[in-house]
Design a protein around this ligand. Sequence first.
Ligand code: 5AD
Ligand code: SF4
Length: 471
Amino acid sequence: MVNETKRISPEEVSAQLDACKRVKELTEKIFPDSPPTYYIETFGCQQNEADSQRLAGICRLCGYVPADDIKAAKLILFNTCAIREHAEKKALSIIGETKHIREKDSRVIIGIGGCMVSQRARADKIKASNPYVAFTFDTGAIHAVPSLILGALKGEKRKFILSDNFGIAEGIPFYNDAPYKAWLSIMYGCNNFCSYCIVPYVRGRERSRRPEDILAEARLLIENGAKDITLLGQNVNSYGRDLEEDTSIASLMREICRLDGDFRLRFMTSHPKDASDELIAVMAEEEKIVKHFHLPVQSGSDRVLSAMNRKYTREKYLSIIDKIKSAMPDCSITSDIIVAFPGETEEEFADTLSLLEAVRYDMIFSFIYSPRNGTPAAEMDCRIDRAVANDRYSRLLALQDTVTAERNARFVGRTMKVLCEEVSKTDPGMMTGRGDTPRPVHFAGDSSLIGSFVNVKITKSDLFSISGEIV
Ligand code: 5AD
Ligand code: SF4
């Protein structure tokens, strides 16, 4: 296939890295006493988390150091989400509060990136209503942030970047304060146009990074201590379709598994229409790949799936689940579910409940449908009444809770290899980590274990977590 993906030229990237140096020189004059501070607020998915690590890398290269608190920051960047209305409202409210920070110190720079401001209407609204915001940048323009900061410091006109053709930029620095747990974007964008979803409009068409760039980054992450690497993309199953070389998510994962080091590999998200036998086989074969498949179904009704433009049927989906279970009987399976899609009848909702019973997911992420301007579903009639939607949502959760508790219980008595990630938020004597299960694992320990693997004998499980003792 012809490689049509736009690549940001190395010259352009190096001009941006140069802009970082100029920002640093300028901030040394503007903030003569101590280095200025940055604060990044991230909303939404892992893709945004990964993008924010690039933003942090840029801020550091520009000479900014992290602020403990947004109020103390001299550079405030928001990385926004647009997937549901709630995400946008939350971001807009926090952005509004920064007006006072800027009023107190005119040296403060406020910039907004991410999916929300990749919509022209939102970027225009911010331009008109939030004059203290220096710039916005869409999801394809992260590499351009150094020159946006530079322009703002020099007092240039406010800028609002909306690209018409998103590319791929290599060589942008990143910073991860928990390097043992790494995100690795392998592709960007989405071509699927599910009828409810804003992503294809705000993240552009699917474009894959070259395997050699991904492998080089994987090596770097491992050298920096990565023990748990998640390959990221909106639909990682179609990785490589826009590349000339013959590659796929399965062959890419196989190559990454060949790298030296004690690490685990995960991937997300997968679209069922592209979940190949080869991918299931490589997961089953490779010890380093975590036996967890996140395979969003969205609905259990064929009529709703078709209205969602998902391009598979319930039967086809269940046949993939069967393949996963026969190749990896103990695999954890998780899903995203939307309830109250326009026109969803009680019978169609019951089809989703029965699908949950058939699959027996370890966990689901469930959402009440939220209309997104510009998507086909937002134009559909028969919006579901809020009370009905809430009721279906509660019933869905209640059913899944019983299944989740049952699935978690299967680990009791087993010993699990767990990556120790952090001190428990509720008990300072306990640590939290992750094994093969998507649920966190709790065990007694101290912070010296953070970033290393431990073997935990599981003694207890409940709905939200499983716990045990280091052996
Ligand atoms: N309303 C509700 N949920 C949505 N999702 C995507 N768009 C919408 C929407 N408009 C959910 C899907 C997707 C997950 C990331 O968010 O379940 O898989
Ligand atoms: Fe949205 Fe569908 Fe693309 Fe996922 S596959 S990002 S739900 S359009």
